[in-house]
Design a protein around this ligand. Structure first.
Ligand code: APR
Ligand code: MG
Length: 238
């Protein structure tokens, strides 16, 4: 990791504690040996209700990625050739079919990708830049339409757009089960941080959803262990 300022040498993962350890945009850009990726959380308010009685409250867009993980739209940007925000707009044009303008004011934080990230080898340390942009509900719906019609990445790098369910239903459905899926890099922390910072979900509600998510996770592990036997059984039959 040559060329990085001293403060970049800690392997700082963006999380709820990020305020103490995050990199400034300028610090991140000073790292000559680092790769850069920019992603954005797009959201709107909505008055709609699920089944006529569960307030949906907000629409937050995420995507099912080519690698089977949930993440935010965006991608790799080369600051030597374009600004971070212009690069993000270019990525959005490919992944969403709309060249949404993103500005420096939409920037939330920059930090190192988690060490477990496949691209975080010592020779190519990845810095992720995260943005949030509020839109009108009609604009969000337009983006969803374009993402499946005009976006060049649809069906390739992006398998589909998904909305984040922010409610918790009587039997626990909603945000808890959503959070139990697998996410790329810091995407889950970025989502949770944003929900808290933007007051989209109350902290106690979020805590409850995460607790539920953890329970689902252990059930999933059991279920996976059981299904692991199936291919072995089929092989024996052949
Ligand atoms: N937190 C941390 N890292 C992330 C996050 C996130 N929320 N989202 C994505 N990444 C990482 C990915 O693991 C990837 O290494 O950032 C890098 C770039 O993000 P992508 O959106 O995957 O990049 P994109 O430019 O859209 O290209 C898609 O093409 O060349 C391949 O493997 C390359 O993943 C890349 C893919
Ligand atoms: Mg991408």
């Amino acid at each position: 990791m040559t060329g990085c300022p001293k403060s970049l040498h800690t392997d700082q993962q963006c999380s709820t504690q990020m305020a103490s350890g995050q990199l400034s945009r300028a610090e991140a850009l000073a790292c000559s040996g680092c790769l850069h990726a920019c992603h954005v959380l797009l959201y709107s308010d909505t008055p709609r209700q699920l089944f006529g009685n569960i307030p949906i409250r907000h629409i937050i867009l995420m995507q099912m990625r080519f690698d089977g993980l949930l993440g935010f739209p965006g991608g790799l940007v080369n600051p030597a050739e374009e600004t971070l925000e212009a690069g993000l707009t270019r990525e959005l044009s490919e992944e969403l079919g709309v060249a949404l303008p993103i500005s420096v004011e939409d920037h939330v934080n920059s930090c190192h990708a988690p060490a477990s990230s496949p691209s975080s080898s010592p020779s190519s340390r990845l810095i992720t830049h995260f943005y949030v942009k509020k839109m009108e509900e009609e604009q969000i719906i337009e983006v969803e339409r374009a993402a499946t019609s005009t976006a060049t990445d649809h069906g390739h790098e992006v398998l589909g757009m998904v909305r984040v369910p922010l409610y918790t239903m009587k039997r626990g459905g909603g945000l808890g089960p959503f959070l139990s899926h697998s996410f790329i890099g810091s995407a889950r922390s970025q989502l949770i941080d944003s929900l808290l910072r933007l007051n989209l979900v109350a902290p106690e509600e979020l805590h409850e959803a995460l607790t539920r998510s953890l329970k689902i996770h252990s059930h999933t592990a059991e279920d996976l262990k059981a299904t692991l036997a199936l291919p072995a059984l089929k092989r024996k039959q052949l």
